[in-house]
Design a binder for this molecule. Structure first.
Ligand code: SF4
Length: 388
């Protein structure tokens, strides 16, 4: 299997007890079959304890029980007790690898670093501009194996991803929002062709609205039709009303109280401040605030673009699973827009913004939006009704 990893993959080192935001909490942690077999093999009291730490997830798999939202193996010193005892093989695979996120699509392996880890995010923010994949130095331990992936389609997706990133990083005067619109246009055209079984279209569609009008005049989605002019006037590409509705209705308060208190604070401040805005004024309001911020913090626009770029790199190769290429691209944009709202709210609460704050905000955003299949499904359902 040929494998590539993101350029800072090997730089990551867990900060363990010094981590300001320990990851052994607030997750649904799957226990893989191989690890669970090891628990069954242990016949002593330790084996019993390990087996009791696991429950069924109702979907045919097993997850760790999380009393008070914390991993049962987390020690008082905020360390993984299994790892401290040298029992790494008893740690669920996801914990052994985290935040390394490794997937194989057929014969292609990809290693990324999950930004839901505070140290990973710090490292990510140290990188500049567009990141690339480099050949893996050693054989990559794979977490997700997508065996049924079609190799040639996967290869086409990776080529297309580079075209999308070329568009995002093209040095011209257009704003990131305009680039989002062009990327989405490109993806939408390819999606329409894919629906007709034209898989060879991947990597060949244009990026302009005019190209879409010429090739698919009767199939232009609301999002592109309505936003084609708005974006030129400096509005957000994904309407702020859409992001606002997600923040309002997709993050349950009970869940936030239990697991994400700082996100809850942020979301409540967001609701209090912006809940009464008229939808038609909201885009202009947020873009004005964003302009003020990017004027004050010159590095901010670049970091925002890097985050969007990284999310595209993380999500897009997965489109080969069901050939639905719109979902990974739209979800990357939704995550970036939620981050934008978090950044604006953070500063509106009277806080300054530095790299450390941004790393915390990215982490919150990742924990609320990524690896969350029900969330993705609900957002896509909403998008089908409101944006297409
Ligand atoms: S969040 Fe990252 S740095 Fe912190 S304990 Fe987890 S893996 Fe280590």
């Amino acid at each position: 299997m040929k494998a590539n990893v993101i350029s800072f993959f090997y730089k990551f080192k867990c900060t363990a007890e010094n981590c300001t935001d320990n990851c052994c909490r607030a997750w649904e942690l799957p226990v893989d079959e191989e690890t669970y077999e090891r628990y069954l093999e242990k016949k002593n009291l330790e084996g019993l304890k390990l087996r009791l730490s696991v429950k069924k997830d109702g979907k045919g798999g097993r997850i760790l029980r999380m009393p008070f939202g914390k991993c049962p193996h987390l020690s008082k010193e905020r360390l993984c007790s299994l790892q401290c005892k040298g029992d790494e093989c008893l740690m669920p695979k996801v914990c052994r690898l985290f935040p390394r996120y490794t997937v194989s699509y057929g014969s292609t392996g990809i290693g990324m670093i999950d930004l839901a880890c505070r140290e990973a995010t710090r490292l990510f923010l140290e990188q500049e501009g567009r990141l690339s994949l480099i050949p893996a130095q050693e054989s990559l331990e794979i977490y997700w194996e997508i065996e049924e992936a079609d190799d040639s389609f996967e290869e086409a997706l990776l080529t297309d991803l580079e075209l999308i990133l070329d568009e995002l990083w093209k040095e011209d005067d257009s704003a990131t929002e305009e680039k989002e619109r062009r990327i989405f246009t490109h993806i939408y055209i390819e999606h329409l062709d894919l629906v007709r079984g034209e898989t060879e279209s991947i990597g060949k569609a244009g990026f302009s609205y005019e190209y879409l009008e010429q090739t698919h005049p009767d199939e232009i989605p609301f999002l592109l039709k309505e936003r084609s002019k708005a974006v030129y006037s400096g509005d957000m590409f994904i309407p702020s009303g859409f992001i606002n509705n997600i923040i309002y209705s997709e993050f349950e308060e009970g869940y936030l109280i239990l697991y994400h208190r700082s996100a809850l604070k942020l979301i409540n401040a967001f609701k209090k401040k912006y809940g009464k805005l008229y939808e038609k004024d909201a885009d202009a309001f947020f873009m004005e605030k964003w302009k003020e911020l990017t004027g004050k913090y010159e590095w901010l626009e670049g970091k925002f673009k890097s985050y969007l770029s990284y999310k595209l790199q993380m999500n897009y190769p997965g489109a080969g699973i069901d050939y639905y290429i719109i979902e990974p691209v739209l979800m990357a944009m939704v995550s970036a827009e939620i981050l934008r709202m978090f950044i604006i709210t953070h500063t509106q609460m009277g806080n300054d913004l530095n790299m450390n704050d941004l790393s915390g905000l990215i982490c919150e955003c990742e924990r609320l939006t990524s690896h969350n299949i029900p969330f993705t499904k609900r957002v896509m359902e909403r998008a089908r009704k409101e944006l297409f």
